[in-house]
Every structure is written in structure tokens, then in C-alpha cells.
Design a binder for this molecule. Structure first.
Ligand SMILES: *[C@@H]1O[C@H](CO)[C@@H](O)[C@H](O)[C@H]1NC(C)=O
Length: 288
């Protein structure tokens, strides 16, 4: 009992720094933060490519947050490209300890309780974001999909092991957080890069919630690659970034903003994007 009280005040203390974060993050579509219904929010959705993409508008191509797409051939040491890395508070991306999150119910059935616990009014954006996230987390996987939400490092590792193998040492990759003064979009120079994994990659994306929750998904038989790319921004900021490549783009529609920005066609080329600090990729750890 005493422990629970400690956990709660710890949680609420952090929560006050989060602000009204609501972002609708379609799992199967490309989402950019500006597509969220409240542009002023602390949107934590991300550029995302799925296999039934429909979200593309004339505006998307001008959207600064769309500056995340590139091709493998763009990975050349010395190459300079404009990339968007939005600033995020560490408290909105870094997992809370398991001891804190495991005592808080995580289900749509508990929404009335959660609204009281977090002091959200039922019509607030926070409440809406929370309901959307819980609905996403409870959605049944499609055939060939494995999906779920994780609320701690331990649950992330457990989820990743379902896919990567029960005894696998799991490496969690995340792009570094940029500092507050870094522009949303600036040119970055590629200092170095390395391919980390092919195929066995579990990506996870931060969802709107009072504490960090990630939705992880994996499609059997889908060909992905992930790279670490070391970048230096024009402002001097160094970013260790995660660069995720969808190798099979044949099932995407060609009005996808990524194709228009990169000038390639579905099925003819991979499409890659830089992960923000609120996306994760888990891969088997391979000691060097
Ligand atoms: C990036 O560099 C190019 C070429 O030097 C320049 O035209 C462009 O405006 C720069 N973009 C940003 C966002 O600084």
C-alpha cells in the first residue's frame, strides 16, 4: 500500500511536465505530426509507413516534418541533407520504471478509473488520446501481424523476444534527443553509418498517453533494414540516428508523400526514414 502511494506521486510529478499531448497515430498510414488534429500539441506521432497508406495531401509534401525520407544511396559520408528531428522532453519518451507502470491499469475498461487518477475531464484531449491509445493497443492483430503496447523497458524486451527469439539479447535503438535550440529542420552531414539488422527488427512508436507507452508491431515476412547514421547538424548538434528502410514498397500507393518527395515509384525502390527520438527499433544485439 505504502509503495503504491509513492509510485503515484512519482508518476504525477512527471506527468505535470507532459502537457496536453494528443496525437492521432494511425498504425497503417503515414502520419506526420502536422496531420494531428491539434497542431499546437506535443504531438508524438511520427512519420510512418504502412501497407494501406492513404494519408497524403498536397500539403504533406510541404510539411517540414516530412523531411525524414531518404534512400539508402543517400547514405554517403559527407552528404548533407535536410532532416527534421523535433525537440522532445526526455520525460515524454523515456520509459517509467516498471514498478510505477505495472500498478496502473492499462485497459479501456479502466478508463473511468484512469480519468479520475490523472484528473482528466472526460472530454479533454488527454482523455481522447488515452482512449485512442488503449483502443489501438487492444486491436486484434491481422493475419501475419504481431502487435502490442509496452509500458516499460522490461515489457519492451519481452515483446521483442516473442519475435526475435526467447534467448535473444535485445538492443534498443533510438535517435538521440536534440536540444531545445535545434531547429525543427536543418541540414545534417553524414559522418558515418552502419547497417545494424535486416529482417529481425521490431519498430515501436510512442503513443499519446500520460506516461510513455509504445506501440510495437511486426509483420511476418516483411523485408526491412535498419541503419545507425551518425549526423552533425549545421548548428553543431551531433545526432546518432536510426534510419529505417522498408525494402518492399510494392503494396504502397504511389500518391504516398514519400514517393513524391523521393521521386521513386512503389515496388521500384526502398523507402527509408529517419526515426525521431519517439520511435524505437529493437534488434538482436550482436557483439562486435
Ligand atoms: C540545406 O542546404 C541547401 C544547400 O546548401 C540549402 O539550399 C537549404 O536551404 C538548406 N536547408 C536548410 C533547412 O537549412
Amino acid at each position: 500500500m505504502g509503495n503504491e502511494l509513492v509510485s503515484c506521486s512519482f508518476l504525477l510529478l512527471f506527468f505535470t511536465t507532459l502537457g496536453p499531448g494528443v496525437a492521432s497515430n494511425g498504425v497503417d498510414v503515414l502520419r506526420l505530426p502536422s496531420m494531428d488534429f491539434d497542431a499546437q500539441n506535443q504531438g508524438r506521432s511520427s512519420a510512418h509507413i504502412g501497407h494501406s497508406s492513404s494519408a497524403s495531401s498536397a500539403d504533406a509534401i510541404k510539411d517540414p516534418t516530412a523531411k525524414v525520407f531518404a534512400l539508402i544511396k543517400d547514405l554517403v559520408v559527407g552528404n548533407r541533407m535536410a532532416i527534421s528531428f523535433p525537440y522532445k522532453e526526455p520525460s515524454s519518451v523515456e520509459f517509467y520504471p516498471k514498478q510505477v507502470t505495472q500498478n496502473i491499469p492499462f485497459s479501456s475498461d479502466a478508463v473511468p478509473w484512469l480519468l479520475r487518477f490523472f484528473s482528466f475531464s472526460p472530454d479533454s484531449k488527454q482523455a481522447l488520446g488515452m482512449r485512442q491509445t488503449l483502443a489501438l493497443c487492444e486491436k486484434e492483430p491481422k493475419q501475419g501481424d504481431i502487435r502490442g503496447c509496452v509500458t516499460s523497458i522490461e515489457s519492451l524486451v519481452q515483446f521483442a523476444r516473442r519475435i526475435l527469439g526467447p534467448d535473444t539479447e535485445v538492443e534498443i535503438l533510438r535517435s538521440s534527443l536534440v536540444s531545445k535550440s535545434t531547429p525543427l529542420v536543418q541540414n545534417y552531414t553524414v559522418l558515418d553509418f552502419e547497417e545494424v539488422a535486416t529482417g529481425n527488427i521490431v519498430p515501436c512508436h510512442n503513443q499519446p498517453y500520460p506516461y510513455p507507452v509504445y506501440h510495437c508491431h511486426y509483420q511476418l515476412g516483411v523485408d526491412n533494414k535498419v541503419f545507425k547514421v551518425f549526423l552533425r547538424g549545421d548548428n553543431g548538434e551531433m545526432v546518432d540516428s536510426v534510419f529505417f528502410c522498408h525494402m518492399d514498397t510494392s503494396k504502397l500507393t504511389d500518391d504516398h508523400v514519400a514517393f513524391r518527395l523521393l521521386g521513386v515509384k512503389p515496388g521500384e525502390s526502398e523507402v527509408c526514414h529517419f526515426f525521431t527520438a519517439y520511435d524505437l527499433a529493437t534488434v538482436p544485439f550482436i557483439p562486435k
